[in-house]
Design a protein around this ligand. Structure first.
Ligand code: MN
Length: 159
């Protein structure tokens, strides 16, 4: 199972469209917020199940603030992350996700990609496809692969 994880597109879809041309055959799309009104368009250009949450710039959006989903046997929390103050560090979001029984928490907001696999929780942030802020400032996303035995691989990819 191949899962495409993106965030913080901020109503600019050109890079997202490029990613869809590179990453064929995705089985699930996860968007972690700051879509800024493009949710219907994004849903319309992918054929797979699509999970999106509202970001701090999605004021008028009908998107959920958070989603808890199952990917294989894993409990996954999807959130933009600003309610957990992720700009200040990842301790709060990690401990809250653990307290909620999650195995993986996926968030955006920082515009900096992150794969942090800890014993109790895995923290995943694809960065931003539109306004990257990490060193080098390349638009980023994450591809997650889950095999039939429940093994997971994550890869940060850059445009
Ligand atoms: Mn943002």
């Amino acid at each position: 199972m191949k899962i495409l994880i993106v965030s913080d597109t901020h109503r600019k879809e050109d890079n997202f469209e490029k990613v869809l041309n590179i990453e064929k055959n995705i089985d699930m799309l996860i968007h972690l917020g700051d879509v800024e009104g493009s949710e219907d368009y994004i849903r319309s250009i992918v054929a797979c199940p699509c999970y999106m949450v509202a970001g701090n710039n999605d004021y008028f959006s009908m998107l959920n603030r958070e989603l808890k989903i199952k990917i294989g046997d894993y409990n996954v929390l999807l959130t933009h992350g600003h309610h957990y103050y992720v700009s200040l560090g990842y301790e709060t979001i990690a401990s809250e996700a653990i307290a909620q029984g999650m195995d993986i928490v996926m968030f955006g907001h920082t515009h900096k990609p992150l794969i942090d696999i800890q014993e109790e929780i895995t923290l995943i942030n694809p960065g931003s496809l539109t306004y990257p802020r990490q060193e080098g400032k390349r638009p980023s996303y994450i591809v997650m692969e889950l095999d039939d035995d429940g093994h997971i691989w994550y890869e940060i990819k850059y445009l």
